[in-house]
Design a protein around this ligand. Structure first.
Ligand code: 2IT
Length: 481
């Protein structure tokens, strides 16, 4: 036991940090009466302040429900209003993005950067370009990012940004023009020790390159204020693969706790973007059979499984800019395109949502469980609705949340920041090895905080508690402001 700390509370295991009243922490009745989080009140206040922001409210509620018990063991959190401060972004920048399309017409979009929390390090998180983008979605993503980044153990705070600009069908010139107009508005708020963006849906290496180029020109500095950059100008090897690879390393860790192996397992993947690509690549390399991918137009079922040619073809499909997967079925005989449907109706051992938030709903979850799925690992952010999560937990199916499973992407961004700061580039082996170690560590944190008395590992609870405690302690250490 550390010097200055009291013994753990006999019932709750809470450790008095030395800053608290020992009489409260060791008297559960008194301390409960004095210090308990009122989730209903916090949520009601937030709903009143931010009506209709459903994704944001959903993400907050999930974390609060997971951490309630540990929070109540720390009266100092309540006194310092840690939760009330943590659920509101530090700052939101909103701006109009005006640009001229190929026909010479003036176009207007809305741009945002939600700087959520920098208790642990500079704001860090991706930029999303998609027609659906709104403040609620970016606030949920920024909130999740804060805990995810804490789980990586690297010094990064949480942020998210984006625009309702849709890259679908846009020319390369239009993409560049938009990216430059976006950064013209945002660059003042960025910096290597202030806020470091990256990609997300609709933003890949090309868009990061255009945004970084404009940032560099305006700021007149080459300080790597963006991750996911091209390899020739400060990017990191393995960053394109990292989210998918990291997710599969996490799945391997889960399976190891169950004395199982991924070899020979069937896997359903949704999406066909960067994350789905990396997941399909690593899953296939590890001997699993990936039988689905999907797009906004429907999904592909390929019972033979993806191979390297098919995985490469995902890149081609993405590069076409049409945002559809249907052409896969024409190119690869034996596969079938199911228009307007989701892959969760197929019988598989492992489901890996890799597309977007709330892509697995309660009915999808019931269908997966009925078909005998063994493991659901979100690679997308908040890929499952609360009803879907409840269904998995009730069935005692292993369910792991995005903020743990997909943290390898941002972790490798953190490694890119380190390489930029020391003006060096590490080998692919070195980056991959570090990514592996980070994912194993995140898995262990989930086990430590999420193992239930019957041995079932509640990864959602584990990830939320581990991430929350790190951010809360960092905030406590820096005073009230
Ligand atoms: O959701 C995510 O973690 C990302 N889009 C990556 C963020 C980053 O800064 O690499």
């Amino acid at each position: 036991m550390d010097a200055g700390k009291g013994p753990p509370h006999p019932a709750t295991g809470a450790v008095n940090t030395g800053t608290e009243h020992p009489e409260n922490i060791h008297n559960p009745t008194l301390y409960k009466a004095l210090k308990s989080m009122d989730i209903n009140k916090i949520m009601a206040d937030l709903e009143a302040k931010h009506p209709g922001e459903k994704e944001y409210l959903q993400a907050v509620k999930e974390v609060l429900m997971s951490v309630e018990e540990v929070y109540n063991q720390h009266p100092e959190f309540e006194r310092n209003k840690i939760v009330e401060r943590m659920v509101e972004p530090d700052r939101i920048v909103t701006f109009r993005v005006t640009w001229i399309d190929d026909k010479g017409e003036v176009q207007n979009n809305i741009g945002y950067r939600v700087q959520f929390n920098n208790a642990i390090g500079p704001y860090k998180g991706g930029i999303r370009f998609h027609a659906s983008v709104n403040l609620s979605i970016l606030k949920f993503l920024g909130f999740e990012q804060t805990f995810k980044n804490a789980l990586t153990t690297l010094p990064m705070g949480g942020a998210k940004g984006g625009s309702d600009f849709s890259p679908r069908g846009k020319s390369d010139r239009e993409i560049m023009t938009f990216c430059q107009a976006f950064i013209l508005n945002l660059w003042k708020h960025l910096g290597p020790d202030r806020d470091v963006p990256a990609g997300d849906i609709g933003v890949g290496g090309r868009e990061v390159g255009y945004m970084y180029g404009m940032y560099k020109r305006l700021a007149n500095e080459c300080t790597g204020t963006f991750t996911g950059k091209g390899l020739s100008f400060g990017g990191s090897l393995i960053r394109p693969e990292a989210t998918g690879f990291g997710a599969l390393y996490f799945v391997q860790s889960i399976l190891a706790t169950q004395n199982k192996d991924i070899k020979g397992k069937t896997v359903a993947i949704s999406g066909f973007g960067n994350v789905a690509w990396g997941a399909a690549l690593k899953a296939t390399e590890l001997g699993a059979k990936v039988v689905t991918i999907s797009g906004p137009d429907g999904y592909i079922y390929d019972p033979a499984g993806l191979d390297s040619e098919k995985i490469n073809y995902m890149l081609e499909l993405r590069a076409s800019g049409n945002d559809i997967v249907a052409p896969y079925a024409d190119k690869f005989p034996g596969s079938t395109f199911f228009p307007g449907r989701k892959p969760w109706e197929q019988k598989v051992d492992i489901a890996l949502p890799c597309a977007t938030q709330n892509e697995v709903n309660g009915d999808d979850a019931k269908q997966l469980v009925a078909n005998g799925v063994k493991l659901v690992a979100e690679v997308s952010n908040m890929g499952c609705t609360p009803e879907a999560i409840d269904t998995f937990l009730a069935a005692r199916i292993t369910y792991a949340p995005g903020k743990a499973v997909n943290a390898g992407g941002v972790a490798t961004s953190g490694l890119e920041m380190s390489q930029n700061a020391e003006h060096l580039q590490w080998s692919a082996e070195e980056v991959d090895q570090r990514l592996h170690a980070i994912m194993a560590n995140i898995h262990q944190q989930c086990v430590d905080h999420g193992t239930e008395p019957d041995g079932y590992i509640n990864y959602m609870k584990g990830a939320n508690i581990a991430g929350f405690m790190k951010v809360a302690n960092a905030m406590m250490g820096q005073g009230v402001y």
